[in-house]
Design a protein around this ligand. Structure first.
Ligand SMILES: [Zn+2]
Length: 282
């Protein structure tokens, strides 16, 4: 599932072949943006950035294309000579003299003036992007302990995009394990030291996933898990998708909880509950 780190890696990949290059042709097939496509058609691209799980492609004429891939959208980069076969619905195409960049299946795409990005209905509600350099762990700590959020469960805070942008299911499990926080604990239940560790884990684990392409453990841990016969979906994590396996720290069995339809994997020994509220029985 694409979370902030995956979207940022996609932005890096398409930036490499589009920024500073002549756009020979661009096509927009999505009905919602049809009436504005002439404004940005064949316009060169100035920069591509991400805000959480959203991507912003800024054209040189000060218009932007906003896109959110949800669970199904996908960016591809190919040489113009590569023949493409796909059953997905094509939404947007950018062609340079060498490469073709395509956005498939996404259903959340808008064309907006760059100056009005912050007014966009999704972007205006977003919390700070955890991968952005301007979002330091002090700011994260401040938000965790603020009156608006300190009574909410860790499991809720780690998915709510208005609190922090860019976190998703695998990062939620991995961050809480790294910080040794029980998913039902609230910032209010934790001491200062634990909150600081939580804030650092949010930054560190997200950054590690971005740098490594979705790994949230060190290379040596991943190799150890792999050698034990674990599949890729679990060996690159400490707890997520490892609910059948032993904890890397304490050898307890990783457990799974469900919050709505979203799974959360955690170690019951490393992540003891500090708050007074009894754990939810799921
Ligand atoms: Zn453990």
């Amino acid at each position: 599932m694409p979370e902030g780190p995956e979207i940022r890696r996609a932005a890096d990949r398409i930036s490499k072949v589009l920024i500073g290059k002549e756009i020979i042709e661009s096509k927009f097939y999505y009905e919602r943006i049809k009436d504005k496509e002439e404004i940005v058609k064949n316009k060169n691209i100035k920069e591509i950035l991400t805000r959480g799980k959203a991507m912003l492609i800024r054209f040189k004429n000060d218009w932007s294309m906003y896109s959110h891939n949800q669970l199904y959208g996908r960016w591809t980069v190919n040489l113009n000579t590569t023949k493409i076969k796909s059953s997905r619905t094509l939404r947007v195409v950018f062609t340079t003299n060498k490469h073709t960049v395509r956005l498939w299946s996404a259903t959340d795409i808008d064309l907006i003036p760059t100056a009005e990005e912050n007014e966009h209905s999704f972007l205006k509600k977003l919390g700070p992007d955890v991968l952005n350099e301007s979002c330091g762990f002090e700011l994260i700590e401040e938000r965790l302990t603020s009156k608006s959020f300190h009574k909410k469960k860790a499991s809720t805070l780690m998915l709510d995009q208005t609190v922090f942008a860019g976190l998703g299911n695998y990062l939620r499990s991995e961050i809480l394990f790294d910080a040794k926080i029980h998913p039902d604990d609230r910032p209010l239940d934790l001491d200062k030291e634990r909150i600081t560790q939580w804030a650092k884990s949010i930054k560190d684990i997200s950054h590690l996933a971005y740098k490594t392409g979705g790994f949230t453990v060190s290379k040596s841990f991943a190799e150890k898990n792999k050698a034990n016969g674990e599949p890729r979906k679990s060996y690159r994590h400490a707890v997520f998708m490892r609910h059948k396996y032993e904890c890397l720290n304490c050898k307890s069995r990783i457990e799974r909880k469900w919050y709505g339809k979203r799974k959360l994997d955690f170690c019951p020994s490393c992540q003891i509950q500090r708050g007074k509220i009894k754990p939810c029985k799921y």
